[in-house]
Design a binder for this molecule. Sequence first.
Ligand code: FES
Length: 150
Amino acid sequence: MSLSLISIPKTLKVGSQLLTNTLYRNFSKANKKQITLIFEDEKGNQSKAVGKVGSTVLDIARSNKIRLHGACEGSSKCGTCHVYIKDPKFFDLFEEPSNTEFDVLDEVFQPRINSRLSCNLVVNEKMDQMVVQLPKYTRNTAVDGYFEDH
Ligand code: FES
């Protein structure tokens, strides 16, 4: 008795392999695209941070050990991930803030016209070399000196 009960036609095999290769190639290419962000503290000191396209500014900061809070883990509740996008050219590349983000931005320390929540900012290739300014203070209800460890 034969165990080969299902036979796949060669054309389907070839077609599905091509599809798999195309998906894999596109997926890998998308995942390999990286950009560099420049984080600037209140004294003007700059640190470069490399991250993947499709990540948030907060994710890139964290993966590069930039001291940016994110107390609510990106759920647009705390405002501790508040940043300023220095160049209007880059600021305009992002989606408009949601009403939820506007509500949180109303409560951050020293909001400005270029304020955003970094957890809501998904980066693309056009944002390479974007300068992200870190605010001097955040309103974090945790004890002074506390920092989320990631
Ligand atoms: S991490 Fe809390 S609002 Fe962005």
